[in-house]
Design a protein around this ligand. Structure first.
Ligand code: HEM
Length: 89
């Protein structure tokens, strides 16, 4: 693989991993740790929850875009495998 492409792919992969860790963190903390609705009654944790939801959603959008870029960058490899296993002409 050309060096420039390898560096781009590496960058996409590292950023994807960091975003994945943020998604896991914000998703699991909101689900399992922070109080919901009435339980929290207007304290700081509600704001934190809202912040995490927004962060989770936007990081999710960027993550999806990076995964699409990742797939596009591997498209030749994916296509050759699909052909090899008879899933594509
Ligand atoms: C493309 C990636 C992802 C997208 C687009 C996405 C999107 C969302 C959305 C829209 C919600 C609902 C948030 C709300 O309450 O309004 C949610 C909740 C949640 N997500 Fe994700 N997510 C992604 C990846 C992940 C990953 C990798 C994890 C790994 C642990 C995760 C764990 C959770 C959990 C546990 C909840 C529930 C939070 C709660 O019950 O309060 N998500 N996600």
């Amino acid at each position: 693989m050309a060096n420039g492409k390898a560096l781009k792919l590496w960058t996409v992969n590292v950023i994807s991993f960091v975003l994945f860790v943020i998604l896991c963190g914000t998703g699991l903390i909101n689900w399992l740790v922070l109080p919901r609705g009435y339980q929290a009654r207007g304290n700081f944790l509600v704001s934190l929850r809202h912040f995490f939801i927004t962060l989770h959603e936007w990081v999710g959008v960027v993550f999806i875009v990076l995964i699409i870029i990742h797939i596009v960058m591997h498209w030749a490899y994916i296509k050759s495998n699909l052909k090899k296993y008879g899933l594509m002409k």
